[in-house]
Design a protein around this ligand. Structure first.
Ligand code: PGA
Length: 242
């Protein structure tokens, strides 16, 4: 794992956007794995700005998002579909058919998980997966204790995750209890992974990732077994590491 140090959230977002842009420009048919949340938002803002100013094209990219809440239709204001269209896809020249997120209201969610895996496989697999990390070490919505062997699956969200995400809702009770998420095995099949970590609230988790052992009770630790991982972390997130 290569660690790049950023001075601030803004700087982390700049470095991440430059990293992605370099890939997108040299590989216009790239298959991206994308994430939602506060961490990648600044990166997406910079991709949008670059698209406006420099015209970088996303017409031929394919994307797969990590996860979606169960029970939220794509047009729900708090769905990850909405987040992605408001913050990124709606502001770029993407080809809608190439954009994928799990369907949280599929009638058969188990079948939905299988289909999502097949779609990833049929696209040739994910070239570059962008990840954030929960303060409990989750990646995607794979909470502590999740087997490293699982593909896209349905998960029950940890209470700490629901509380962390409540800031995007009016009340904690509105935060769903379940989600569909790429599994750890799905994430690990990506050819390359870019993990972003920002803020003091993630410093313990980053310390554990850098210094700790690989174990299922700390999902992000699996990344140590991946051959091509870059971490871009800001100073506050790195405060516990040295
Ligand atoms: P955040 O979430 O970017 O909103 O902190 C990260 C995560 O939970 O994976």
């Amino acid at each position: 794992m290569r660690v790049m140090e950023a001075t601030s959230y803004q700087h982390m977002s700049e470095l991440a956007a430059d990293y992605l842009l370099n890939k997108i420009r040299t590989q216009p048919y790239i298959v991206l794995g994308l994430a939602t949340g506060g961490t990648p938002k600044g990166t997406y803002d910079r991709l949008v700005k670059d698209h406006r100013e420099n015209g970088t094209s996303y017409r031929n990219i394919t994307s797969f998002n990590l996860d979606e809440y169960v029970g939220f239709s794509p047009d729900h204001p708090n769905s990850y579909h909405t987040f992605m269209y408001e913050n990124l896809f709606g502001k770029l020249d993407v080809t809608k058919e190439n954009i994928h997120l799990p369907n949280g209201v599929a009638l058969d969610l188990v079948e939905e998980c299988k289909c999502y895996e097949e779609q990833i496989e049929n696209s040739g697999g994910i070239d570059l997966q962008l990840l954030g990390m929960g303060s409990n070490g989750h990646i995607g919505f794979n909470e502590p204790g999740t087997s490293f062997e699982v593909n896209t699956h349905i998960v029950e969200l940890a209470q700490s995750t629901r509380e962390a995400n409540a800031r995007f809702f009016s009340h904690l009770e509105e935060v769903p209890h379940e989600a569909v998420t790429m599994g750890i095995a799905t994430i690990m099949r990506s050819r390359e992974i870019l993990l972003l970590v920002s803020g003091e609230s993630k410093s313990e988790a980053l310390k554990e990732l850098v210094n700790g052992e690989v174990r299922e009770s700390f999902p992000a630790s699996v990344l140590k077994m991946h051959p091509h991982v870059t971490i871009i972390a800001d100073k506050n997130a790195l405060s516990g590491v040295r």
